[in-house]
Design a binder for this molecule. Structure first.
Ligand code: NAP
Ligand code: ZN
Ligand code: ZN
Length: 346
């Protein structure tokens, strides 16, 4: 066992605090990673505050991990000491079910094993990336291509793949009109990726405050959803809408922005139930769908795509002692566009 420093939640109402956690000994198929950077995802906040379900405490969150391989198990073939690697939202799956067999481990029928707060195969509860080291089975460790710095790579492991996967699945590319709702961690990556795929990209943000940024990131158009005229002007004008909003939205209003056969994909995961009027769908053969991160193979494809296109996340690097402050800023939509913890500050 390796005892390492971490920032963890001890209750759903208290701030996170510095503590230590245990990492298992490096098994034959394991990789020990010296964590360099760890992104802060809104899912970390939903989880530690018990917004989705009661978390298993104490819990160190973090599933956007970038670091360097420090040790490998005797049977490891995919990674070697010194490699630049990443870990995203899951650290294992059954590997045998139909979905795992297709490389869609996130939809494992036995449930994927989340990077934090999940029951691991060894009976322990997984602990995430707000820490200095992590031990992960080699098949769930990604290679970070040369050319992407580790700090801007970290958020790609969740925000990047969560938006890349539905953009690819629903065919974002030349001739497709794609709208991204919410310009936060996921949203800003969705804009960069959809633009790099060749789609015509529109940002739908609550206000015009971030308009200049949105256009610089690759958007062709930018509209404020706080202005009711937006929903009239843009009616029926998108083939694909990716909703990244962490809170409840008026689903019908957004569905109305889809063209015939258009699809709206929810990646945002608000704790409250969303509701819709079926006439918003049947009136133009529209689809309302959801998408969860992406499989391991697709995550590597996304990292390679980002390297080819010179893409990384827009980040604000913080010391570990600023995690709680960063949470408040994320909740106030005051993130530009991902907080990344420098693990050397633990
Ligand atoms: P984030 O950085 O906080 O971004 C969310 C954005 O949504 C905000 O920046 C804001 O954009 C907009 N927003 C926030 N509150 C709003 C409200 N009340 N009404 C309208 N818009 C609002 O969060 P994130 O890390 O990108 O995560 C977004 C959501 O995706 C979370 O629910 C998270 O749990 C979920 N998630 C899902 C997956 C998956 O696999 N499906 C993976 C990762 C995260 P503007 O200021 O531009 O309006
Ligand atoms: Zn996440
Ligand atoms: Zn499975």
């Amino acid at each position: 066992m390796l005892t390492v420093k971490a920032y963890a939640a001890h209750s759903v109402t208290e701030p996170l605090s510095l503590t230590t956690i245990e990492r298992r000994d490096v098994g034959p198929h394991d990789v020990l990673i010296d964590i360099k950077f760890s992104g802060i995802c809104h899912s970390d906040i939903h989880t530690v505050r018990g917004e989705w379900s009661a978390p298993k405490l104490p819990l160190a969150p973090g599933h956007e991990i970038a670091g360097i391989v420090a040790e490998v198990g005797s049977a490891v073939t995919r990674h070697k000491v010194g490699d630049r690697v990443g870990v995203g939202c899951m650290v294992n799956s059954c590997r045998e079910c139909a979905n795992c067999q297709q490389g869609e481990e996130q939809y494992c029928l036995a449930g994927n094993i989340g990077t934090y707060g999940a029951l691991d195969r060894d009976g322990t509860i997984t602990q995430g990336g707000y820490s200095t080291h992590i031990v992960v089975t080699e098949d769930f460790v990604l290679n970070i291509p040369d050319g992407i710095e580790l700090d801007v790579a970290a958020p790609l492991l969740c925000a990047g793949i969560t938006t890349y996967s539905p953009l690819r699945h629903w065919g974002a590319g030349p001739g497709k009109r794609v709208a991204i709702v919410g310009l936060g961690g996921l949203g800003h990556m969705a804009v960069k990726l959809a633009h790099a795929m060749g789609a015509e990209v529109t940002v739908l943000s609550q206000s015009l405050k971030k308009q200049e940024d949105g256009l610089r990131l690759g958007a062709d158009h930018y509209h404020a959803t706080g202005d009711p005229a937006t929903f009239k002007t843009l009616r029926g004008s998108f083939d694909l809408i990716i909703n990244t909003v962490s809170a409840n939205i008026d689903v019908d209003a957004y569905l109305g922005l889809l063209a015939l056969d258009g699809a709206m994909v929810n990646v945002g995961a608000p704790p409250e139930k969303l509701s819709l009027n079926v006439f918003s769908l049947i009136g133009a053969r529209r689809t309302y769908a959801g998408s969860l991160i992406g499989g391991i193979r697709e995550t590597q494809e996304m990292l390679n795509f980002c390297a080819e296109h010179g893409l990384g996340s827009e980040i604000e690097v913080i010391g570990a002692d600023k995690i709680n402050e960063a949470y408040e800023r994320v909740l106030a939509s005051d993130v530009r566009y991902r907080f990344v913890i420098d693990a050397s500050t633990f």
